[in-house]
Design a protein around this ligand. Structure first.
Ligand code: DSN
Length: 433
């Protein structure tokens, strides 16, 4: 599996990558400068400034990260953080929420709009502090402790909050995992067999390191056959779904969850969509929207972060206006993936159908952790990742590469070609000479 080093132009000056790293794209990124903080709390302002500089001067290929737009930063850092408003619009436990009510309603309206959903058929909760809490709220709305969840194996690309043993979701519930086949497609046959055997109360589709398109229809149908609820966690793909570049899960799901910071131009938070037409909920005579709202508050959280909810609303407005961005994200991922393949890198599953792909680096004589560190030294961030079957998350076989953040910095196909060469220089040329 040793990588070929033949026709690639060699740049042995591995330590000056930043000098020719697409500077125009990088500088095209505004930031807050901590003016007041600088005068009052120098130690902290200096650290914060260093972090912003680090972000500006780094090529961020971490598939779950993106760059919050200026309007989002303004809302997050505003007086909207000052107030308590436990409860939901029109039903708060504190006075003075007339504008928060309107902001939350606006966020909900925009959350439905980006997926072309009607409030007749879908309810949306915009208060969850993060994706992990949002998933837990969904589980607690319909599952009792000890009941069974069927979800994707973590090493195949699943997520900690989908019932990993180290997460409370894995301690509270009985969790069974499906994996991927030799082509790195979800093993839908195995999924169905496991569903029939274990009769889960919930099946989760969605992943944090799965490069291909997920067949939500197939998984939704399997869930129906075994009378399980279907939760689609589209945290990684939401923006692509809204713009039509990734399969649409809503027709086949009882719940859809997404974080807002990866692909929806938002702050760090989450949205939970709940179907009002779930046949299973009707059979069980339960009110899913009410149960999820209650699980979020007062079940798991206290007062909503209103500055964050306002920032979500703005991110969703940007999502609706920026369909071309998502086309570029997918194009960039495809070009970077294809270029790296041409250079001899081993792309897990052979391709990408989304914003991300995995590169198995074992053939280069290193593990994913070592590759991550080498790239970081050169100002390129791509995190280590397991490949299905890996034993240790600390020495996994791969690195994960995603294109949301670099696309937000204005990079295009030609930049991806340069980037592929730089990665090659760092991982192959400088290592093997
Ligand atoms: N940590 C995120 C990811 O990398 O996918 C998800 O929580």
């Amino acid at each position: 599996m040793l990588i070929r080093a033949k026709t690639i132009p060699i740049n042995r000056d591995c330590f000056s990558l930043q000098n020719n790293l697409l500077i125009s794209a990088i500088l095209n990124y505004d930031c807050l400068m901590f003016k007041t903080l600088k005068k009052k709390d120098r130690i902290l302002s200096s650290l914060a400034e260093k972090e912003v500089k680090r972000q500006k001067n780094t090529i961020d290929l971490i598939a779950s990260e993106n760059i919050a737009p200026q309007g989002v930063l303004e809302l997050l850092g505003s007086e909207l953080t000052n107030k308590y408003s436990e409860g939901y619009p029109g039903k708060r436990y504190y006075p003075g929420n007339v504008y928060y009510d309107q902001i939350e309603e606006l966020a909900k309206k925009r959350a439905l709009k980006i997926f072309r959903l009607s409030s007749r058929n879908w309810h949306v909760n915009v208060q969850a502090y993060s994706g992990a809490v949002a998933n837990l709220a969904v589980y607690l709305s319909v599952l009792k402790p000890g009941e069974t969840i069927l979800s994707m194996n973590l090493t195949a690309g699943g997520h900690l909050s989908h019932g990993s043993k180290v997460s409370f979701t894995g301690k509270l519930f009985n969790v069974v995992h499906y994996g991927v086949d030799k082509n790195y497609d979800i093993d839908y046959g195995e999924l169905e067999k496991l569903a029939r055997k274990h009769k889960p109360k919930m099946i989760i589709s969605g992943a944090s390191a799965y490069p291909k398109k997920i067949n939500f229809e197939k998984i939704g149908k399997i869930a129906k056959k075994v009378s399980a609820y279907h939760l689609a966690d589209i945290s990684h793909y939401a923006g692509l779904v809204s713009a039509g570049y990734y399969p649409y899960p809503f027709k086949f799901s009882d719940f859809v969850m997404t974080t807002t910071h990866k692909s929806l131009f938002g702050p760090r938070a989450a949205l939970i969509y709940i179907s009002k037409n779930s046949s299973l909920a009707k059979k069980e005579k339960i009110d899913l929207p009410l149960l999820v709202d209650k699980a979020v508050f007062p079940g798991l959280q206290g007062g909503p972060h209103n500055n964050t909810i306002a920032a979500i609303a703005h991110g969703l407005w940007l999502t609706a206006k920026n369909k071309k961005y998502y086309r570029q994200v997918v194009r960039n991922a495809k070009v970077l993936c294809a270029e790296m393949k041409k250079m001899g890198f081993v792309v897990v599953g052979g391709k990408t159908e989304s914003h991300l792909f995995l590169v198995n680096v074992l053939g280069l004589g290193m593990n994913g952790f070592e590759a991550e560190k080498m790239l970081e030294k050169e100002g390129i961030l791509a995190n280590r990742n397991t490949v299905f079957g890996d034993i240790s998350p600390f020495k996994p076989s791969a690195i994960r590469i995603g294109t949301y953040a670099v696309t937000s910095k204005g990079m295009k196909e030609k930049d991806m070609k340069k980037l592929a060469k730089k990665i090659y220089n760092v991982l192959v040329v400088c290592r093997h000479g």
